[in-house]
Design a protein around this ligand. Structure first.
Ligand SMILES: Nc1ncnc2c1ncn2[C@@H]1O[C@H](COP(=O)(O)OP(=O)(O)OP(=O)(O)O)[C@@H](O)[C@H]1O
Length: 309
């Protein structure tokens, strides 16, 4: 499989990234500290972002805010020059559970979503569009089956096809492969890469799997532990855009990035928590193993992990 992940990263006339998140915080109760605060990042059009952090740091809450399913306590999310103020079909969401309509077949589930997005399309056009995405996830032979007749991996493929089929401006995925066995997970990761290449989809994905993040993501956001969690580091994936699951382990750079991520999760994610007051003032650190620096608005320092490897 070849992933020639060239991106259309054109910015808005205002010079803003495609998605701009500023000053985001979430406090569920006034007597408790915010789960996260000062969360700030940009996502370019066509970029694949993975976010990693310990359980409870607020990853799902951030994703829900991006989806418009939850309101932040402070801060703004601007997507394609418009503020996100609620759910909308310009964003697709894939959760770990599939949430398929059990009385509809695979193709009907996807067609249902396509019709809600493109209400004026003819029946044939909807069916052809749905079939295209069913084929992309390798489910053409199962198109007539109901969800109860599908394996967990197949159901998750339907969820992914449905999300892509509405051609969202941003696809949000909350641990989409968390419930799958390793083999199925690998196959679907490959399919996901192929679809992203074909569609230039912008993706924001939560994962607990560092290998998955290195395979899929252009950049990896690392969240410190909560409360008062924040995006402490952004790791730019400098592996070849042609990386594949089969060959990625042969690249020495893979282990440098992997060690860096694991070290963050084991050690550094906690230090931000312990120095909570200081962390509030701190800025996101960017890790860019071996690439030239270019303008990234929320970044203030560069750490080259090759130098320390
Ligand atoms: N509705 C709610 N009311 C109160 N607290 C909440 C609510 N939803 C989430 N929380 C708390 O907010 C924190 C962040 O939750 P969230 O699910 O966003 O974390 P997460 O990083 O996605 O965790 P995980 O990796 O385990 O899914 C947790 O401490 C959780 O208990």
């Amino acid at each position: 499989m070849l992933n020639d992940r060239t991106r259309d990263t054109s910015r808005s006339p205002a010079g803003r990234p495609f998605v701009q998140v500023d000053g985001l915080s979430k406090q569920y109760r006034p007597d408790l500290p915010p789960v996260f605060n000062q969360v700030q990042f940009g996502i370019e059009r066509g970029e694949f972002i993975c976010i990693i952090g310990h359980s409870g740091c607020g990853k799902s809450t951030i994703l829900n805010v991006l989806a418009g399913l939850e309101a932040a306590t402070t801060g703004t999310v601007i997507m394609d020059n418009r503020e996100v103020a609620g759910p909308g079909l310009d964003r697709g969401v894939v959760f770990q559970s599939h949430a398929l309509l059990p009385w509809l077949s695979v193709e009907e589930n996807i067609a249902f979503a396509v019709r809600s997005r493109y209400a004026d399309w003819s029946r044939d056009k909807v069916a052809a569009h749905a079939a295209r995405f069913i084929e992309m996830v390798g489910l053409s032979a199962a198109a007539k089956k109901k969800p109860a007749e599908l394996s967990g991996g197949m159901k998750q493929r339907v969820g992914i096809a449905r999300a892509f089929a509405i051609e969202p401006k941003m696809l949000l995925m909350d641990e989409p492969f968390g419930a799958l066995d390793a083999l199925t997970r690998g196959v679907i990761q490959d399919e996901l890469l192929n679809i992203c290449e074909a569609t230039q989809q912008t993706v924001f994905m939560i994962t607990h799997d560092v290998d998955e993040a290195i395979l899929l993501a252009d950049r990896i956001f690392l969240m410190s532990n909560g409360p008062r969690a924040r995006i402490a580091e952004i790791v730019i994936n400098t592996l070849s855009p042609q990386r594949t699951r089969a060959t990625i382990h042969r690249d020495p750079q893979f282990y440098r990035i992997r060690n860096h991520l694991v070290d963050f999760l084991v050690h550094r994610s906690r230090t931000f928590q312990m120095s909570g007051e200081v962390a509030e003032l701190a800025v996101t650190r960017i890790v860019r193993p071996g690439l030239e620096s270019d303008a990234v608005p929320d970044i203030s320092s560069v750490l080259d992990i090759r130098a320390s490897a």
